[in-house]
Design a protein around this ligand. Structure first.
Ligand code: GLN
Length: 488
């Protein structure tokens, strides 16, 4: 049962060949077996899961099934869940139990999903290997004995979905946190158009970049999850009016004489990637060509400046967003001799090193001496990149590029902060531009690890992005069934 995709499971649930309770128990048993080793959940919610499943079975019996009824999922522990601890993987929120439900998690409730638990992540979603989590890093189920990273910041979600400890999951992508972890765990991870999914009730990192999105084993499954998550929300001032309609199967965007112009970004051509990645990139582009795609070159002149701009804008926004953790309203409080001392002690003890580093950088670039030279410059680069994507999409329909330079690295790789930041080279530009981008499994490296390619589209072309991602996954044809990845 663990190997079923969401699409397959929904058919079996509808025909009553399996029940939501059986499906949920199978996943809870597997969490029991592997949850600790993989460290992909911060909180497991078995009682809630079984009661969700029972309600789902009752709806199937009454012929009133909802769109994703009975599908067991993991929720990134950045989405507030009423009555269930929501930590953002930080000591600051270790014991925080929200009294409200985020819009995204509410939409999953309204779609009939079963909540298995809250998945692990980098502290406040700041990181690339999920190693900044207060609860320790999740492990990649691929070649598990090697203890490779499952990526970050949504690394708990990718570890859980790739290992069959959830059928699908939610992530958030501020600079690549859905796409990078999905790429190195053999999954489909979709960063939708900014504004398509509400940020309300999601712990804020960098509000102008934060983008909730789905993580799944197939493009169809990702589309099904996105359909549940998307939609206008009056509680989020940046929420778009657009929705995402999906009828259960992505239609081919290539083949049968269809024409599609795929753009390759000129400025990325000379960026160093692994030989495996180059081979797989060339092979998949050749495949798409064989289906009738026209390959064109496009230019995003400032794309190599995206990293520098991102690592100014994201910390600037983070320093402001994280000012709310002062020990007064919720979360950790360490009493000091007076108010200021209490602030200091609380923040010194509650935040980890990477989060502190970001707040210091953010405060510095927003200071009156630095504002013009750093923050305003970064904002200009951001605008130039967004404009360049718009122009590029006059010359092509969709863009394809690597999701990362190479495959998963060992968790104990000893990288400097700047080396970690550099890993985001292929992903941050899409956040700065607010365009949709999806990482699809594209092949295996020489030593058997998954690699991903990104499909990028114009704003609100989310459907086309997923359609092309599906073609790439079909050509790659890698077996990402959980029992194949890590055994029964
Ligand atoms: N790795 C990036 C960072 O550390 C992206 C994080 C994210 O998308 N949440 O900021």
């Amino acid at each position: 049962m663990i190997d079923l995709t969401i699409t397959e499971a929904l058919k079996k649930l509808k025909s009553r060949e399996i029940s939501a309770t059986e499906l949920t128990r199978a996943h809870l048993d597997r969490i029991e077996k592997y949850g600790e080793q993989l460290n992909c959940y911060i909180t497991v919610t078995p009682e809630r899961a079984l009661s969700d499943a029972a309600a789902s079975d009752a709806r199937y019996a009454a012929g009133e099934a909802l769109a994703l009824d009975g599908i067991p999922i993991g929720m990134k522990d950045l989405f507030a869940t009423r009555g269930i601890r929501t930590t953002a993987a930080s000591k600051m929120l270790e014991n925080f139990i929200p009294e409200y439900e985020s819009t995204v998690s509410q939409k999953f409730i309204d779609s009939g999903t079963v909540l298995l638990g809250k998945t692990n992540l980098d502290e406040f979603a700041m990181g690339t290997f999920s190693k900044t989590s207060f609860f320790g890093a999740p492990v990649n189920p691929w070649q598990m004995e090697r203890r490779l990273t499952a990526g970050g910041s949504s690394g708990g979600a990718t570890s859980a979905v790739a290992s069959g400890l959830a059928m699908g999951g939610t992530g958030t992508d501020t600079g690549g946190s859905i796409r990078f972890p999905s790429a190195i765990t053999g999954l489909v991870g979709m960063k939708p158009t900014y504004g398509l999914c509400s940020r309300w009730g999601c712990v804020a990192f960098a509000s102008s970049l934060d983008t909730p999105g789905p993580i799944a084993r197939t493009a169809d499954d990702a589309a099904a999850l996105l359909a549940a998550m998307a939609g206008f929300d009056p509680k989020d001032s940046t929420s778009a009016k657009n929705g995402f309609d999906f009828n259960g199967e992505l239609q081919p965007i290539l083949g049968g004489g269809k024409s599609l112009r795929i753009g390759l970004i000129k400025e990325l051509r000379d960026v160093k990637i692994s030989d495996d990645m180059q081979k797989i990139f060339d092979a998949r582009i050749a495949d798409l060509k064989s289906l009738g795609a026209e390959i064109v070159e496009v230019s995003i002149p400032n794309i190599l400046d995206a990293l520098a701009a991102y690592y100014i804008i994201a910390p600037a926004e983070a320093s402001s967003n994280l000012a709310r953790y002062d020990g007064m309203k919720y979360g950790l409080r360490v009493d000091g001799t007076d108010l200021i001392d209490t602030y200091k002690k609380t923040r010194a003890s509650g935040f980890g090193d990477e989060v502190k580093r970001r707040m210091i950088i953010g405060t510095a670039v927003l200071s009156s001496e630095s504002y013009d030279v750093y923050f305003m410059q970064a904002a200009r680069v951001r605008r130039m990149i967004a404009d360049a994507f718009r122009t590029a999409f006059d010359g092509c329909d969709l863009i394809v590029c690597p999701s990362s330079a190479g495959a998963a690295m060992p968790l104990d790789a000893d990288l400097t902060p700047l080396e970690y930041y550099a890993l985001d080279l292929f992903t941050v530009a899409m956040n700065l531009a607010g365009v949709p981008a999806c990482s699809a499994p594209a092949g295996l490296s020489e030593n058997g690890l998954p690699l991903g390619l990104q499909v990028v589209g114009p704003r609100f072309a989310d459907m086309h992005v997923l359609q092309l991602a599906k073609h790439i996954q079909q050509f790659a044809n890698i077996d990402n069934r959980p029992t194949k990845v890590m055994g029964k």
